[in-house]
Ligand binder design. Structure first.
Ligand SMILES: [Ca+2]
Ligand SMILES: [Ca+2]
Length: 242
């Protein structure tokens, strides 16, 4: 076969695969993950931990995760008391037994030594999840996608990102310049110290900007914002100043 035709075939296959993903994803419940090559990875009461080029990524299914990530002996200790099985961990992590749930102790790989920011992506997805990374130092940046469910998320000293997406969530960013977005539902957001971007979107939200020059976007619903002189607010029905 001429080289070009082989290339065109490969390209067509790649396009077909890419196009398949959203179709397959739509047909499946969102509690399942699509593997790299197509097979479905169900995560009923289970979670997975992988390494990405940015850091670590933790995924869980529809159970109510109770995840805490903190530093122990310069390593990252993940404990999820709401998950029964840790299906997969990277080579840099070891499993630890805990009274309730699952745990893994993970090294900080060499590429993130010397204070380089490492991202800890946490996707607890469905369920009423609790995620606490509040004890982490600033070099660790949490990216939490909490999705549906009444979630509680607390992040640490780093510049963190949280998307509460749906339902009533309670999110606090700790120090650092955080971007906290809670989406639908009546949410409560605490920016803490640092220059934060706090966005309530829909529902009647309460937003506490904390210290720093914050942007508070309340959006739809009857919202209440607690701000100081350094902050800007947008579409907040009631604004109280510290
Ligand atoms: Ca933070
Ligand atoms: Ca703040």
């Amino acid at each position: 076969m001429p080289r070009f035709s082989r290339f065109a075939l490969a390209l067509a296959a790649a396009v077909a695969t890419t196009m398949m993903v959203p179709i397959v994803a739509q047909a499946l419940p969102t509690t399942e993950l699509l593997g790299k090559h197509g097979p479905v990875v169900p995560l009923k009461n289970a979670a997975m931990l992988t390494q990405s080029k940015w850091g670590y990524r933790y995924y869980a299914g529809q159970q109510d995760s109770r995840l805490t990530v903190r530093m122990v002996d310069r390593k990252l200790l993940y404990v999820d008391a709401g998950t029964k099985e840790l299906r997969k961990i990277p080579k840099t992590c070891e499993r630890k037994s805990v009274k309730r749930g699952v745990a893994a102790l993970c090294k900080v790989p060499a590429r993130w030594h010397g204070g380089k920011a490492m991202f800890l992506e946490i996707w607890p997805r469905l369920g009423d999840d609790f995620v606490d990374t509040s004890a982490l130092p600033a070099r660790f940046r949490s990216w939490v996608l909490a999705d549906a469910g009444r979630d509680v998320v607390r992040t640490g000293a780093g510049n963190d990102f949280v998307n509460g997406a749906q339902d009533a969530d309670r999110v606090s960013g700790g120090s650092g310049n955080d971007w906290l977005r809670t989406g639908l539902g009546n949410d409560e957001i605490y920016g803490g110290a640092g220059n934060d971007k706090l966005v309530g979107v829909d529902g009647s939200d309460r937003i506490h900007a904390g210290a720093g020059s914050d942007f508070v976007g309340c959006g739809n619903g009857r919202d209440r914002a607690m701000v100081d002189r350094a902050d800007r607010s947008w579409k907040c029905e009631s604004v109280a100043r510290y």
